[in-house]
Design a protein around this ligand. Sequence first.
Ligand code: SAM
Ligand code: DTB
Ligand code: SF4
Length: 373
Amino acid sequence: MKNWTKQEIADVYNQPLLELLYQAATVHRKYNDPREVQISKLVSIKTDGCPEDCGYCPQAARYHTDINGNSLMSVEEVKGHAQEAKDMGSSRVCMGAAWRNVKDDSDFDQVLEMVKSVNQMDMEVCCTLGMLTESQAKRLADAGLYAYNHNLDTSEEYYKEVISTRGYEDRLQTIENARKAKLTVCSGGIIGMGEKDEDRISMLYTYSLMKPQPESVPINALVAVEGTPMEDQKPVPIWDMIRMIATTRIVLEHSAVRLSAGRTEMSEEGQALCFMAGANSIFAGEKLLTTPNPEFNNDLALFEKLGLVPMKAYKKGDKPKINEDYKKAPEKKEKIKWSRPAHIIDRNEKAKKKPKVSRIGFEPRKVSSVKEL
Ligand code: SAM
Ligand code: DTB
Ligand code: SF4
């Protein structure tokens, strides 16, 4: 595996687009069947009311967005979503919770049962629950979890402009905890938050240094949701998305690259170029966590047009065996002192103070992500 320097990654990223696309498509063909694309289904098992201040996120309690929150979903409901998705060709379910971190409580016990149930349906199970201790990661692995999603989202430098309630080191620590429990790692980023090209490059550099590198790397286009500090961010040009995906494919040649948030704003031609650039995974289903996503049937029709086929579960790894130890909560809770930088981010402060707008009689809230130029 190549040891990349930041400059080398920048040189890849800054190439003429079609040259970059050609190189990425070539690397893609070396390690993957370019016809296969993994379909993953997101299920928001606990929506809204999160105590964190992530500037992009509609689920942060302190911003006045217009989403419907819920308490933790039942195991039966999760199984229903998983079965529906499996019937449409999904091989993976990713369960997301609007939590800062996992707590050793009855909600976590319920999540462990969800993991076990979906594993028993022969689908890959992924969770994204916020920060995690090593013993919590181990219980998830014992319950049959295949992957843990925890995004660095951007460079270490720009992270400080986005979130003040936790630090980059907390993200790295959680990824390490997931690794210690032998979980595969899904970790990627968002483009379009006002970051510079160097931030995108720096994030990829950080991932390139990981040993092992993340098995899966989601690339999200910011979905600018009204009420969040980033509501006025301009939609990211489709060309940036293609450039970012192609560079990710070249630098992290063994990882699955997931074309994630932002697809409702992308044309079929734009998405086709992302697949050409090496994206080999998508989130499917009409909703991401809280924002819209293309309909399953439209995606299947697109697959048909492009000659793509859904990837089977566990193409690159073994199905985790369930170990009933997952039921045993640790006698002594593992204490981790997660950081609380608490610096001031102006746009986050401003968004916090904005009054909630009543929507009755108004157009639906604005949501934008990718711009077709
Ligand atoms: N609370 C957990 C955490 O932060 O890790 C899990 C859920 S969180 C919503 C998962 C990821 O969704 C974030 O890391 C971010 O990459 C992505 N995300 C959230 N809001 C987004 C938005 N408006 N546009 C694009 N991606 C977004
Ligand atoms: C990831 O990188 N993107 C997904 C998944 N991992 C959890 C989430 C996208 C969320 C987009 C905003 C929303 O729907 O709330
Ligand atoms: Fe909470 Fe995750 Fe949203 Fe941040 S991204 S506010 S941690 S749900």
